[in-house]
Design a protein around this ligand. Structure first.
Ligand SMILES: O=C(O)CCC(=O)C(=O)O
Length: 286
């Protein structure tokens, strides 16, 4: 496997702004193939789907209804061989992870962020490690565009430099979809430092520090904005943090790219904590 290292500009962006962009990590054709797999998953009705008969599924099963219903496919990327080998466990991305984490790399999280045209909702302002609540600051986090990601269709926004601060307690508002940074802090911060919009072409990635404050707005455009994301950690960091995650998978073992499919689980240490540290506090009680 080739050794990757950031360009001086990427390194300086990572240090000062908390992220860097790498263009064309996958070709446009590869990105289109991955997007096709995801669209099939999201849009095709269940083979035996009869939503009218299912009172727990009031949103229906037509392609339009399914498109409106999915925000995120958590853990989907470890179930799709094409996505796994082309992205999360590919030489192109693991060589970057190795630069930051060393010769043993374990996938911690994987997601598809679907953000459909017209109906795609916002992801609230957060720090990734503010949601994880495991104290990790070291992992390698990336997000890859499979559709063009633009201001119009709700690309990611970052507050540059915000990764240098502490991990802030995330809170829940009445309308929160998950824990988020306190909204008054975000407003104050944005008044000092405007957000940067991360516009990407299919196959480009952005990688950021786990403490970076980030967000994406609703998609009011008629273009979908599908992206995939991954977070890696290492066996040493897993042993150091008192928190277990259920979907660890080996990607790089002693410098060798793992080629198994299904991907090999990283064994969970039963002696460390399994349960999340309780619900996020309510915003007014925080
Ligand atoms: O895709 C999005 O809009 C949100 C992604 C995100 O917040 C993340 O990967 O941490």
């Amino acid at each position: 496997m080739e050794h990757w290292k950031p360009t001086p500009e990427q390194q300086s962006n990572l240090d000062t702004h908390g992220y860097y962009i790498a263009r064309g990590v996958l070709s446009r054709e590869q990105a289109t193939e991955l997007r096709g797999i995801i669209k099939n998953q999201v849009l095709l009705p269940e083979p035996d789907g009869r939503p009218d008969a299912d009172p727990m599924d009031p949103m229906g099963n037509s392609p339009e209804e399914r498109a409106a219903r999915f925000r995120k496919l958590g853990n989907y990327c470890i179930t799709s061989p094409l996505i796994w080998h082309t992205a999360h466990c590919s030489e192109a991305i693991i060589t970057m992870a190795r630069h930051f984490l060393g010769n043993n790399v374990v996938l911690k999280f994987n997601s598809v962020f679907v953000k459909p045209a017209k109906t795609g909702s916002a992801t609230p302002w957060h720090q990734d490690n503010g949601l994880w609540r495991d104290g990790e600051t070291e992992p390698f986090n990336w997000w890859m565009a499979l559709d063009p990601a633009t201001k119009a269709n709700g690309c990611l926004q970052f507050i540059p430099g915000s990764h240098k601060g502490e991990i802030v307690t995330h809170v829940l508002y009445e309308d929160s979809i998950h824990g988020e940074l306190p909204r008054d802090l975000v407003t104050e911060r944005l008044a000092e430092q405007p957000a940067e919009h991360i516009e990407l072409e299919p196959g480009d990635i952005v990688a950021w520090h786990s403490s970076l404050w980030h967000y994406s707005p609703p998609n009011t455009s008629d273009q979908s904005r599908i992206g995939i994301a991954g977070v890696y950690t290492t066996p040493e960091l897993i042993a150091k943090r008192n928190r277990n995650w259920p979907n660890y998978r080996w990607c790089l073992k002693d410098g060798q790219l793992c080629t198994d499919f299904p991907p090999e689980p990283y064994p969970v240490d039963e002696s460390i904590q399994h349960e999340p540290p309780g619900p996020f506090p309510k915003a007014d009680a925080a």
